[in-house]
Design a protein around this ligand. Structure first.
Ligand code: PMP
Length: 463
C-alpha cells in the first residue's frame, strides 16, 4: 500500500482503510465488523452541515458530529483563535492555584449563562470526565458538610453519562456495565421517563408521576440520609432522544428538595442551544446544583468540558479549608478555553439559541410530522433540534420487528447511503443536526429518512 498523501480529497483512502484495520481501534466499535467491512468510514472534510467522506460523498450531518458541532463546520474564527492562543501560550496548567487567562474568562462567561447560584466552574476535557468530577465533588461536599453517609447516586436506566469507570457506572447502559464489572458500588438506577417505550398509551401526567415516584421510592428504600445526588439528562440523548412527559422534571426537583438531595443536570447534549435555551434545565424551569457541560461548549472544535457548581457547594469547600484533590493536566486548557469562548460568541452573535427555539426547532418538528403516516413509524418526536423516529412492526403499537434492535440499523444504513448521517438507537432513528441547519437541509433530512423507511419495508418484514 502506498503511504497516504496529505491534502483534501487527495488521500489514498483504500490504503488508509487498510491501516485503520491494522492499527487503529475506533471508539465504541466492533473490531470484527471494522475488519469485515475493510476499515472504517473515513471523513476527510466538512463545511456547514455537510461532511465529506474519502470517496467524495457529500453527507448531510444529521448528528452534528456526535451531538456537538453546534455552530457547524468550517469556522475560520475558531481556527484563528486557536492559532493565536497557541502562539501566545499553548499550555500551562491550573494546578495549585495557578491559572491562565482563557479559563478565567470562560468560567465568567459560563457563570453568566448558567445564572443564579451556579457561579463556579471546574474544567475537564470530556463529558465523561465532567461526570467523574461530579462524582468526586458531590461525595467530597457531603463529607465536608458532616454527612459522610450521603454517598449514593440515583440515576436512570438507559441514561448516558460517559464511558469512564465512574461515568459509565452513573449511566444506565447495561451492555456497558457488562464490560468491566460495572457499575461501581453506590449507584442506584430507576426507571426512565420514556413514554413511548414504558408508558405506551398511559396518560402523560400519570406517567410523569409514576416515573418521578420511582425516584422517591428508591430514596426511601436506600434511606434519604444515604443519598447524595440525583443525576439526569434533561432529555436522554444516547438513550434514544427520550423526552420526558410534562411535569416530570418539576416533580423530580421537588423530590430532591424534599430530601435535601443534590440535583445534577447532565447538559452535555442539551446545553448550548440544543433545546432552544442555553441549557436544558432552563427549558424545564428547574434549578440544579451542579451542571455537566461539554460538546456544544466548543462545538467540538477542541476537547473541553465544564462542571458548573453552586455557590453553596463551593462555600462548604471553602469553609473546610480542604484542598479538592482532583484535576486533570488539561483542566482549563488555554487553547480549548479560548476556542470555547469564541464559539459561545458565535452562538450569541448569530442568535442560534433563539433560532432553534423560534425557527428551525419548530420547522424540524413540523417536517418530521410528514413521516407520521409511514407504515413503519410508531412515533415521531422532537424538541429543539433533537429528534427521533420510532420504527415499529405494527402501526399503532410499540411492537418491534424481530427480537427488537435490528430494524434501526437497517434504516440507518439506507439513510447514510441516501446521503444523511443519522444514528440508530435500538429501533429508532435519532438526529441532532448543527444549529445552523437550513430549512432546505431539514426538508432533505426528513425526505431521506422517509425514502430510507420505504426502502427498508421488505427487509424489515423479513425480520
Ligand atoms: N453525558 C452525556 C449526556 C452525553 O451524551 C455524553 C456523550 N455522548 C457524555 C456525558 C460523555 O461525554 P464524552 O463522550 O465527551 O466523554
Amino acid at each position: 500500500a502506498t503511504p497516504p498523501t496529505i491534502g483534501v480529497r487527495n488521500y489514498d483512502i483504500p490504503a488508509l482503510r487498510e491501516l485503520d484495520v491494522a492499527h487503529h481501534l475506533p471508539a465504541q466499535s466492533s473490531y470484527k465488523l471494522q475488519q469485515d467491512l475493510g476499515g472504517s468510514r473515513i471523513i476527510t472534510h466538512a463545511q456547514g452541515s455537510t461532511i465529506y467522506d474519502g470517496e467524495g460523498h457529500a453527507i448531510l450531518d444529521g448528528m452534528a458530529g456526535l451531538w456537538c458541532v453546534n455552530v457547524g463546520y468550517g469556522r475560520p474564527e475558531l481556527a484563528e483563535v486557536a492559532a493565536r492562543q497557541m502562539e501566545e501560550l499553548p499550555f500551562y496548567n491550573t494546578f495549585f492555584r495557578t491559572a491562565t487567562v482563557p479559563p478565567i474568562e470562560l468560567a465568567t462567561k459560563l457563570a453568566g449563562l448558567l445564572g443564579g447560584k451556579l457561579q463556579h466552574v471546574f474544567f475537564n476535557n470530556s463529558g465523561s470526565e465532567s461526570n467523574d468530577t461530579v462524582f468526586r465533588l458531590v461525595r467530597t461536599y457531603w463529607g465536608l458538610k458532616g454527612e459522610p453517609n450521603r454517598t449514593v447516586f440515583i440515576s436512570r436506566h438507559n441514561a448516558y453519562h460517559g464511558s469512564t469507570v465512574a461515568s459509565a457506572s452513573l449511566g444506565g447502559m447495561t451492555f456497558m456495565h457488562a464490560q468491566g464489572g460495572l457499575p461501581i458500588p453506590g449507584i442506584e438506577h430507576v426507571m426512565q421517563p420514556y413514554p413511548f417505550g414504558e408508558g405506551f398509551g398511559e396518560d402523560p401526567e400519570a406517567f410523569a408521576t409514576r416515573a418521578a415516584q420511582a425516584i422517591e421510592d428508591r430514596i426511601l428504600a436506600v434511606g434519604p440520609e444515604n443519598v447524595a445526588a440525583f443525576i439526569g439528562e434533561p432529555v436522554q440523548g444516547a438513550g434514544g432522544v427520550i423526552i420526558p412527559p410534562p411535569g416530570y422534571w418539576q416533580k423530580v426537583e421537588a423530590i430532591c428538595r424534599k430530601y435535601g438531595i443534590l440535583l445534577v443536570s447532565d447538559e452535555v447534549i442539551c446545553g448550548f442551544g440544543r433545546l432552544g435555551e442555553w441549557f436544558g434545565f432552563q427549558h424545564y424551569g428547574i434549578s440544579p446544583d451542579i451542571v455537566s457541560m461539554a460538546k456544544g461548549l466548543s462545538s467540538g472544535y477542541l476537547p473541553i468540558s465544564a462542571t458548573g457548581v453552586s455557590s453553596e457547594i463551593v462555600e462548604v469547600l471553602r469553609a473546610s479549608g480542604e484542598e479538592f484533590v482532583h484535576g486533570y493536566t488539561y483542566s482549563g486548557h488555554p487553547v480549548s478555553a479560548a476556542v470555547a469562548l469564541r464559539n459561545l460568541q458565535i452562538i450569541e452573535d448569530e442568535h442560534l439559541v433563539d433560532r432553534v427555539r423560534e425557527d428551525v426547532g419548530p420547522y424540524l418538528n413540523a417536517a418530521l410530522q410528514r413521516l407520521a403516516d409511514q407504515p413503519l413509524v410508531g412515533e415521531v418526536r422532537s424538541i429543539g433540534l433533537l429528534g427521533a423516529v420510532e420504527i415499529v412492526a405494527e402501526k399503532g403499537t410499540n411492537k418491534r420487528h424481530g427480537t427488537g434492535g435490528q430494524a434501526g440499523p437497517i434504516v440507518r444504513d439506507h439513510c447514510i447511503a441516501g446521503g444523511l448521517m443519522v444514528r440508530a438507537i435500538r429501533d429508532s432513528i435519532v438526529m441532532s443536526p448543527p444549529l445552523v441547519i437550513t430549512h432546505e437541509e431539514i426538508d432533505r433530512l426528513v425526505g431521506i429518512i422517509g425514502a430510507a423507511l420505504d426502502a427498508s419495508m421488505e427487509q424489515l418484514a423479513a425480520l
